[in-house]
Design a protein around this ligand. Structure first.
Ligand code: ADP
Length: 631
């Protein structure tokens, strides 16, 4: 049964909310005006007859204005029968019954002629009536104008609030799904467009087969897939896979993200879930893709700090989502695909059978996959032919497919900026460096003196030569262009992606890290601060080798990581540090031996770098192998 059938639809519900707001506002206004009338009539009832006479038709008195001096003269002549005072305004009636009005002038502190202060005493002496009155001396037009002006200034903040909040309220209450989601009718993406992710594709192919022919599966009693969770680092193709799934089975694709359901208004999030599922059912076969589903996927038990209405709303949204998923029939042909890179944040209830019970993982690409990705994206732009893709792919270590797509795009932008017709390998490397080193070529280039540049060139050449000779990896590229925080860079990549590092490889890496500083010492007789980061990384590796990897005598097979801290006394710490230091010193000795033995290659690479700033590919290989370089 459709559980949504006996509850108001989202549209009706919104209208009901608006109607309730309007009725409440009207009732409040009515209540206020009744109260105001009642207060006014109570006050009137307590007034004396003279005051009431003045207040009833003050216009009669106001129509005969007199000078204050005339009023004073009338008082002196004892020709006053009644006086009403409203601030500085005085209404008075003479003994003949003529009505007059005047304004008393404040003639200053201690003023002898002050009439106002003597009125009480004169009233007793002469026997005329004296009373306080509440009279407004303004004309009708003035009154209307000023009350409009006052209302305007009181309403101004309200108007501003309405202007700001109005559109928000409108969007929250109305915001049709089509405006807030990307409704891509039947994407053309296929699994073949997704590079790598073989396991994920295999799992999703099964879902696609089901969606293509749900009847066949239902006939043998197979349960339809309802929810798939794609788990993996950002940019590894989760959205692409979901689109490909829709593309493979000719389904519609609706995409939202977890935050889409959160709303300022209690209950609106649930309305959005219902609306989304209705759209999906209408568009079936359909894939609903919820990106960053952990945004709604974590239910709170209400005991956590900061629990409140927001969390309750969150729980209600999750419940609604699950109710909707449970309500799917086998033939409804809607599959919800959620993407996350925090699978642990997804509520257990969401992962139960019949809900998001298929978990598909995506991972960072391997070297061959990176090579294919570069091939794919370079194929979509005007790229030069004959690029060394294996080397580019190795250099792109740690980059996701999305990073690679971006990198190629940036390379094309560099080429366009330089007015080139093709995107060269150099542009791809330039873009890779921008990504890897976190910045474009920095301004520090202009302030580097020729001597410092020479030092940087020796430093980088040292790294490259030792890495090459001791086989710490494949040296892809050396550059002395400062980027981000780095003054120069040497790309050394592993030729394989073995998960294990042998002791020999680790020692070679230590030597490679120290080689920059050692080359400076050989060339200049002193070192610089430029080696600080190298030393930090080398120290980390050396202490790990001794303390955690079992390459030292002090700890032997014990690992610092596994031994409680309180058992590691200062003597043990000292021994580990001494051993790590000895390891670094032996790496340093090996490094110096290589550099001294191959001094000619060190000098040749330095000169090449000073000449062209960046050396890579075949010229780099030649100079590292000690072959003559083309001048
Ligand atoms: P995620 O959803 O995991 O954050 P996306 O699917 O949004 O990642 O990937 C962003 C972009 O990166 C895609 O549009 C596509 O251009 C590219 N991309 C990601 N993964 C792949 C892949 N496996 N094969 C080809 N291109 C990919």
């Amino acid at each position: 049964m459709d559980s949504a059938s006996n509850t108001p639809t989202p549209g009706l519900r919104q209208k009901l909310i608006i109607a309730a707001i309007v009725v409440t506002a009207l009732l409040a206004l009515f209540g206020l005006s009744t109260l105001h009338e009642r207060t006014a009539s109570e006050m009137q009832a307590r007034k004396n007859a003279t005051a009431l006479a003045f207040e009833k038709a003050p216009e009669q008195w106001l129509a005969h204005p007199r000078e204050a001096s005339e009023f004073e003269r009338a008082l002196q002549a004892k020709d006053v029968a009644a006086v009403g005072v409203s601030g500085g305004l005085v209404l008075y009636t003479d003994r003949a019954g003529h009505p007059f009005s005047t304004r008393l002038i404040d003639c200053g502190l201690g003023c002898k002629n002050e009439i106002g202060s003597r009125l009480g005493e004169l009233s007793v002496a002469q026997g005329f009536a004296l009373t306080d009155i509440d009279v407004d001396a303004r004309t009708g037009g003035q009154r209307l104008f000023q009350s409009l002006e006052r209302a305007g200034s009181a309403l101004a903040p309200l108007l501003v609030m309405l202007l700001i909040a109005g559109p928000l309220v409108y969007l929250q209450l109305r915001g049709p799904l089509s405006q807030r989601t990307r409704l891509a009718d039947k994407p053309k993406t296929r699994f073949d467009d997704v590079i790598g992710a073989d396991e994920a594709k295999k799992a999703l192919r099964r879902v696609a087969a089901f969606m293509k022919d749900p009847k066949q599966y239902a006939a043998v009693g197979a349960k339809a897939p309802r929810g798939v969770l794609l788990d993996g680092p950002p940019g590894t193709g989760k959205t692409l896979l979901a689109k490909a799934l829709a593309g493979e089975c000719g389904a519609s694709f609706i995409s939202v993200d977890g935050s889409y359901f959160s709303s300022m208004f209690y209950g609106a999030g649930i309305g959005k879930v219902k609306e989304l599922f209705k759209k999906a059912r209408d568009a079936a076969p359909c894939i609903v893709f919820i990106d960053e589903i952990d945004g709604i996927g974590r239910r709170s038990n209400g005991k956590e700090a900061g629990g409140g209405g927001g969390e309750q709303e969150q729980n209600r949204i999750i419940n609604r989502l699950l109710v909707e998923m449970d309500g799917f029939s086998s033939l409804e042909n809607v599959v919800i695909v959620g993407a996350t890179n925090h699978i642990d944040n997804i509520d257990e209830a969401m992962r139960r059978p019949g809900r998001f019970d298929l978990i598909v993982r995506t991972a960072m690409p391997t070297v061959p996959e990176r090579q294919q990705l570069f091939g794919l994206y370079l194929g979509q732009i005007k790229a030069a032919t004959g690029m060394d893709l294996p080397s580019i792919a190795r250099t792109a270590a740690g980059m996701s497919p999305a990073d690679i797509a971006n990198c190629v795009n940036r390379a094309a932008a560099y080429a366009a900026e330089a007015g080139e017709v093709h995107v060269s390998e150099e542009r791809v490397y330039q873009s890779l460096e921008t990504h890897q080193l976190g910045g474009e070529v920095s301004n520090s280039k202009d302030v580097i003196t020729p001597e410092t540049l020479r030092r940087i060139a020796f430093h980088e050449s040292g790294h490259a030569l030792v890495a090459h000779v001791l086989e710490a990896g494949s040296v892809e590229r050396v550059s002395i262009e400062p980027r981000g925080p780095a003054l120069g860079v040497t790309y050394v990549t592993r030729t394989h992606e073995e998960p294990l590092y042998g002791e020999r490889e680790l020692r070679s890496r230590l030597a490679m890290m120290l080689a920059g500083r050692e080359a400076e010492l050989i060339a200049f007789g002193n070192a610089s601060s430029g080696a600080a980061d190298d030393l930090k990384r080398a120290s980390e590796l050396a202490t790990n080798m001794i303390g955690s990897m079992g390459f030292g005598k002090t700890f032997g097979l014990l690992s610092m990581a596994g031994v409680p801290k309180e058992l590691i006394g200062p003597d043990v710490q000292k021994s580990v540090l001494d051993e790590a230091r000895a390891l670094l010193e032996s790496a340093q000795a090996e490094c110096r031996r290589v550099l001294e033995e191959k001094r000619d290659r060190l000098d040749a690479l330095t000169e090449l770098l000073l000449g062209q700033e960046t050396v890579s590919g075949a010229p780099l290989k030649r100079v590292l192998m000690g072959e003559p370089t083309a001048a």
